[in-house]
Design a protein around this ligand. Structure first.
Ligand code: 5RP
Length: 237
């Protein structure tokens, strides 16, 4: 079983949660893309749902798949968001933003009654932080914001380099919202709630990739005896 097979298996389990008429948040990344693909098949077979995408990339994919789309202006309250994650712990705390979509992902997830994470089981960690924490910042005053972010990290009992994220072509990455991303390589985050509060207090920080108290369940797929075994953290109800 390959990574894409496992991601698709997690996405397929999430598809079981979708009911006619639902207002869905559509996540970003390769696992969320597998969900959009499967949802598109169901829509083309007659399922009526409406989706709010969390990035321009997901917007394009969902549109191509034939999924009816809306914005949070049209639909400020959603039934269910399905999204991937870079890390998830056993308390359903997440690191997200590896795909640079964390701001829209968090807004959409928080506008949803339920947020269900789909991932391969390698994303399940005992302690958050091995994946670099994405921090979305305003372009104005970036150098000053970076110093503030470093101080917040230290006060939260963490340590590690903070790097400005680059796009694949080597240019500075610009998010869908026109911001920049700082990636903090912390190794481990002993107190995510404290780090979250300290980061939010830094002027210029637009959002960070710690999703705390937002996800209601995680569907994790791992290979066992040549097939995908699904484990659920939290409640899918
Ligand atoms: C995008 C994200 C993604 O959900 C996260 O990076 C996981 O992506 P993938 O499913 O490709 O591993 O947070 O901002």
């Amino acid at each position: 079983m390959s990574g894409p097979d496992l991601r698709r298996a997690a996405a397929a389990r999430a598809l079981d949660l979708v009911e006619p008429g639902m207002r869905l948040g559509l996540g970003t990344g390769s696992t969320a893309a597998a969900f959009v693909d499967l949802l598109g098949e169901r829509v083309r077979a007659g399922l009526d749902v409406v989706g709010v995408p969390t990035s321009e990339a997901t917007h394009a994919a969902a549109r191509k798949a034939g999924i009816r789309l809306a914005t949070l202006e049209d639909l400020p309250q959603l039934d269910l968001t399905i999204d991937g994650a870079d890390e998830v712990d056993s308390d359903l705390r997440l690191i997200k933003g590896g795909g640079a979509a964390l701001l829209r992902e968090k807004i959409v997830a928080c506008a949803s009654r339920r947020m269900v994470v789909i991932a391969d089981a390698t994303k399940h960690v005992a302690t958050l932080g091995a994946f670099p924490l994405p921090i979305e910042v305003n372009a104005f005053g970036l150098a000053a914001t970076r110093i503030g972010v470093a101080a917040a990290i230290e006060r939260a009992g963490c340590a590690g380099a903070v790097a400005l994220r680059e796009a694949p072509d080597g240019s500075v990455l610009v998010t869908d919202g026109g911001h920049r991303i700082l990636d903090a390589r912390l190794g481990r985050i002993p107190d995510p709630e404290r780090l979250s509060a300290l980061l939010w207090a830094v002027p210029g920080v637009v959002e960070h990739g710690l999703f705390l108290g937002i996800a209601t369940a995680a569907i994790l797929a791992e290979a066992r005896d040549g097939r995908a075994e699904i484990t659920v953290i939290g409640s899918l109800a």
